[in-house]
Ligand binder design. Structure first.
Ligand SMILES: NC(=O)c1ccc[n+]([C@@H]2O[C@H](COP(=O)([O-])OP(=O)(O)OC[C@H]3O[C@@H](n4cnc5c(N)ncnc54)[C@H](OP(=O)(O)O)[C@@H]3O)[C@@H](O)[C@H]2O)c1
Length: 274
């Protein structure tokens, strides 16, 4: 189901008017996975679609080369620019949000459709059960190949599993080194073959950038520190996201694939500040 997910995702949050050009640049630079959301407050999904269209026209990629991921966001996470009727029930909101995403992205299906966050920080609620069932219907109708959840705790995932619901193919979380890089959730995912997507790997972890081990690996590879963190993430089984707006950093982040890091070093980074 998630077999063709690439090893890096380009994140399109917070780019506003630069979204089309940066999306196109990311594709030109070599990214093949794009993450967005139908949440105008933080993402300009229609702008992502414009960037994709420009890349198709220029012959950089075709739709079939890409992994496109977007999200359904509850009203509490949105501003007034809603992609659905707030008076409609949640199942209808999911269907409307998906239809709007497909229009924005100029496609008849996405590769992954993610619940942006559960309705409560404390557990998997009846609203989440209804929303997830609607997302499963979207998948069954062929409008997404796979499903995901984001901003979840182990408790959310365990409660979700306890409802007997189909589990997601992807979990997307902010990844804090001081929490063992989200060790509990990653363990849950690994045991169930769920692909863990990590974001804020750089910004959430300033302490990692001060650590001599990371600096030594970077120096040995003649690399800067961010590619070392991304390579570490891939080696411990994560699918990392970067949202860089810099052409140079896009290249560096993709070049993290070439950073050499031993298994021992990866294990050491895993417990660096936990
Ligand atoms: N599910 C959710 O709720 C959620 C929440 C947040 C984010 N996301 C997704 O994850 C994506 C990434 O977000 P993020 O929170 O990880 O942060 P981000 O927006 O990717 O920010 C990363 C920061 O690191 C810098 N950076 C990246 N590569 C670098 C390099 N090689 N050298 C130096 N600096 C570098 C960037 O600066 P430059 O621009 O100068 O390179 C930027 O300041 C978002 O766009 C979005 O798609 C999802």
């Amino acid at each position: 189901m998630s077999a063709h997910a690439p090893d890096f995702l380009y994140g399109t949050a917070w780019k506003e008017d630069r979204t089309p050009a940066l999306t196109e640049l990311a594709l030109q630079t070599g990214f093949r996975g794009i993450d967005t959301a139908n949440q105008r407050r933080h993402y300009f999904e229609a702008g992502v679609g414009q960037g994709l269209a420009a890349a198709y026209r220029a012959g950089v990629v075709t739709r079939a080369d890409l992994f496109l991921q977007t999200k359904f966001t509850y009203q509490a996470g949105q501003d007034h620019r809603l992609p659905y009727d707030p008076a409609a029930d949640l199942s209808t909101q999911v269907a409307q949000s998906m239809a709007s995403s497909l229009e924005h992205l100029g496609t008849d299906h996405v590769d992954s459709y993610v619940l942006h966050g559960p309705s409560s920080g404390h557990g998997w609620t009846d609203d989440d059960v209804e929303t997830w069932a609607a997302m499963v219907q979207e998948r069954d109708a062929g409008r997404t190949r796979a499903l995901g959840v984001s901003n979840v705790s182990l408790r959310h995932l365990e409660q979700m599993a306890a409802t007997g619901a189909e589990l997601p193919a992807f979990v997307q979380n902010r990844c804090f080194a001081r929490l063992g890089w989200d060790r509990d959730v990653r363990t849950f995912c690994r045991e169930r073959k769920i692909v863990y997507q990590g974001f804020s790997l750089l910004t959430a972890n300033p302490e990692v950038f001060r650590h001599p081990l990371v600096a030594a690996i970077a120096a040995r590879n003649r690399a800067t520190l961010p590619p070392v963190v991304f390579r570490f993430a891939q080696l411990v089984g994560m699918l990392p996201l970067t949202g860089t707006s810099s052409a140079e950093h896009m290249k560096q982040d993709l070049a993290s694939r070439e950073v050499s890091l031993s298994d021992d070093e990866a294990r050491a980074i895993e417990s660096l500040v936990a």
